[in-house]
Design a protein around this ligand. Sequence first.
Ligand code: DGL
Length: 278
Amino acid sequence: MTPKHPIGVFDSGVGGLTVLKEIRRELPAEDLLYVADSGHAPYGDKSPALIEARAVVLTEFLIGQGAKAVVVACNTATGAAARLLRSRYPVPIIAMEPAVKPAVELSRSGVIGVLATRATLASHSFSVLLARVSAEARTQILLQPCPGLVERIEAGDLDGDYTRALLAHYLRPVLERGADSIVLGCTHYPYLRSLIGELAGPGVAVLDSGVAVARQVRRRLETSGLLAPAGRCGTERFWTSAHPAAGWGLVSRLWEAPVTLAPLPDDPAEGRLPRGCT
Ligand code: DGL
């Protein structure tokens, strides 16, 4: 691997673009590869075995494309697969951590809410994070799974009536119990930030981990001697496991520039799973 190799980034769909944007801001000279696994989204209600199998397929694809590091821009895939990916592949694997600690530090009411997928909230890595943060603070941490939200975002509905109603339904119990900080524990949810602000009001802070992960990518590349030489303009390449013609408009809209979206080649539809595993 050399500094000139690209950074690979993947998510269950378009959510990881929120992280990719921060990586682009932090590291303008790097070439970036992005895979949206939209053909298999959402991950949040799938089994850990299936999510892990998809994470392996996508990581191997990115490494096959020359990735010098892989960013798991998905909290759900982090919970299911980060440990395995780190043990199996020689490149730096950078993964998500919901911003629970900064939210606890920020909270004045002593109550925070975490919005995430069911799979993330049930994962071992999330319970380790909770135990670590709870041991240091007396903050009440309310966990709110949000099934259906990722599907709304994958459908491009960021502020329609149904998305608004679903989000209001998930926010209500958290806000009623006095949360003054909301942690976005899913990389799709930053696309709902302005709607959350509108529903929760100005006194409630909304935190995600995109900037922290981008800084972590920089640190890992620096310590591995893999940072791209400054003074050049990095490029981006995009793939999807769904039909590119169906996904192109949304990826371009969220990336805020027209992109070329290629089909993920040789995609074993269910990852490498034993038959019958869902
Ligand atoms: N962006 C993924 C995450 O951060 C969404 C998971 C899903 O597809 O349900 O968890």
